[in-house]
Design a protein around this ligand. Structure first.
Ligand SMILES: NC(=O)c1ccc[n+]([C@@H]2O[C@H](COP(=O)([O-])OP(=O)(O)OC[C@H]3O[C@@H](n4cnc5c(N)ncnc54)[C@H](O)[C@@H]3O)[C@@H](O)[C@H]2O)c1
Length: 380
C-alpha cells in the first residue's frame, strides 16, 4: 500500500471532519493509498498542538508556507477560511502537492480561474470538498437520474435554511465569525450554502444557463471582532433566485440564515416526466421517490431507506437497515479521491468542476445587484 503524507491546514470544524476521514478511510475502503497524518498547521499554535495530540498528527506547523516547503508532505488539505484558498492552493500546486480544498473553491470566479490554471499547469490531483454529493441517498438520486428513470426533467427546487445570525448583537469577523465578513468569505449564504445546493444541482441536472436573483442583508452593521469598530455588513444574509438550466428545466433556489427554527435544512426536489425525487438533509438516509409508471393502484411516494448493500457506499459499512451520517460523506469523498488517483480517473468535483458553481454564484450576486436576468459564464 502506498502512503500519502497529509499536511492539513486549519484545525477548525472542517479540519476535524477531514482528519476523521483520513483516519477512517482505510478501515472501510480497500484502497491502494493510505493517508498518514504527517503535519497539522494552524496559525493558532496552541490550538494546533492540542489538535495534533487529539487526532494523532506527527508534527505541528504554524506557517502554511513552511508546511508547503516540506518534502515529506504529499497531500495538502486546505480547511481554511475562503480568502486563503487561492493563495494556499496556488502555492501548493507550484510545490507539486496533491490538493484537497474545502468549498467554495474561492471567493469568486476570478480567483477560481487562477486556482484551476495552477493545478492544471502543475498536473496535480485536485478535489473540492462538496461533500453532500457523497451522502448515499444523494448518490442514489444521481444513479436514478443517470438511468433515465425521471425522463425529461422539468423542475429543480432547492433550499438551505439556517437561523444562527438573527441576533443583531452577533459580531462579524475573526475566529468562527469570518463567514459574516465579506472580505474573508467573499459572500454570505450564496457562496456558503447555495454553493452546496448548486454543486449538487449541476451534478444531478447539468449546467445552469441564467439566473434572476434577490438578496437581502437584514442587519446592516455589526461590530467587527478584529477592529472592535461597528462596520457595514457586506454579505448577503438571504438569497432567493430563479434559474433556467441548460436542459430547459426551471429552478428555484433559496437560502437564508434567518429562518427561525432551522439549523441546516438542506432539501431538494426534482420533478421529471416519469418520476420525482425529494431529499432532506435532516432525514439524510432516506430518498423519497415517486414513480408514475407504477400501476395506478400502487402509485405513491415511496421512502427508500438507503442502507442496503447495493446502495451507493453502503456495502462498505454495517448491515442493511443500519444508518450512517454526516461525517461519512467526508470518508466517501476521500475514498473516491484516492481511487481516482489510483485509476488515473479524477473524482469530481475537480477545481475545474467547482469553477462552474463559482460562476453561477457570481451570476446570482450580479443579478441581485442589476435586477436583471444574468447569463452564467461557461466553465469549459
Ligand atoms: N463542506 C462543508 O460542508 C463545509 C462546512 C463548513 C465549512 N466549510 C468550508 O471549510 C472552510 C473552513 O471552514 P471551518 O468551518 O472549518 O472554519 P473554522 O473557522 O472552524 O476553522 C478555520 C481554521 O483555520 C485557521 N486559520 C485561519 N487563518 C489561518 C492561517 N493564515 N494559517 C493557518 N491557519 C489559519 C483558524 O485558526 C481555524 O482553526 C471554509 O472554506 C468553509 O467554507 C465547508
Amino acid at each position: 500500500m502506498k502512503t500519502i503524507n497529509v499536511g492539513l491546514i486549519g484545525c477548525g470544524f472542517m479540519g476535524r471532519t477531514h482528519s476523521n476521514a483520513h483516519r477512517k478511510v482505510n478501515n472501510f475502503f480497500d484502497l491502494e493509498h493510505r493517508p498518514v497524518l504527517k503535519a497539522i498547521c494552524d496559525n493558532n499554535g496552541e490550538k494546533a498542538k492540542a489538535f495534533a495530540a487529539q487526532w494523532g498528527y506527527e508534527s505541528v506547523e504554524t506557517d502554511w508556507q513552511r508546511l508547503l516547503a516540506r518534502k515529506d508532505i504529499d497531500l495538502v488539505d486546505i480547511c481554511l477560511p475562503n480568502n486563503l484558498h487561492l493563495e494556499v492552493a496556488v502555492a501548493a500546486a507550484k510545490a507539486g502537492k496533491t490538493i484537497l480544498c474545502e468549498k467554495p473553491l474561492a471567493r469568486d470566479g476570478k480567483e477560481g480561474e487562477q486556482m484551476v490554471r495552477a493545478v492544471e499547469k502543475a498536473g496535480v490531483p485536485n478535489l473540492v470538498s462538496y461533500n453532500y454529493r457523497r451522502i448515499p441517498a444523494v448518490a442514489l438520486a444521481k444513479k436514478l437520474i443517470d438511468e433515465g428513470r425521471l425522463g425529461r426533467i422539468f423542475h429543480y427546487r432547492a433550499k438551505f435554511l439556517q437561523d444562527w445570525t438573527i441576533s443583531k448583537d452577533l459580531p462579524q469577523g475573526g475566529d468562527a465569525l469570518w463567514r459574516l465578513d465579506v472580505k474573508v468569505a467573499g459572500s454570505g449564504v450564496t457562496g456558503d450554502l447555495l454553493a452546496h445546493c448548486l454543486d449538487t444541482a449541476v451534478w444531478l441536472n447539468g449546467g445552469v444557463a441564467e439566473v434572476s436573483a434577490m438578496t437581502e442583508t437584514f442587519v446592516k452593521e455589526r461590530k467587527h471582532q478584529l477592529t472592535g469598530k461597528v462596520e457595514k455588513v457586506g454579505i448577503d444574509d438571504a438569497c432567493a433566485f430563479l434559474a433556467r438550466f441548460k436542459n430547459g428545466s426551471l429552478a428555484t433556489f433559496e437560502s437564508t440564515r434567518y429562518a427561525r427554527g432551522h439549523k441546516a435544512l438542506y432539501t431538494f426536489e426534482i420533478n421529471g416526466e416519469h418520476a420525482s425525487i425529494f431529499w432532506d438533509l435532516h432525514d439524510s438516509h432516506r430518498l423519497q421517490y415517486f414513480e408514475h409508471r407504477d400501476p395506478g393502484y400502487l402509485r405513491g411516494w415511496r421512502s427508500v431507506h438507503v442502507t442496503d448493500g447495493d446502495h451507493p457506499y453502503m456495502g462498505n459499512w454495517w448491515v442493511p437497515g443500519l444508518t450512517i451520517g454526516y461525517e461519512h460523506s467526508f470518508v466517501h469523498q476521500l475514498a473516491d479521491f484516492f481511487e481516482g488517483i489510483a485509476k488515473g480517473q479524477p473524482a469530481g468535483p475537480t477545481f475545474r468542476d467547482a469553477l462552474e458553481t463559482q460562476y453561477v454564484c457570481d451570476a446570482v450576486l450580479k443579478s441581485a445587484k442589476s435586477g436583471q436576468w444574468e447569463k452564467v459564464k461557461a466553465a469549459k
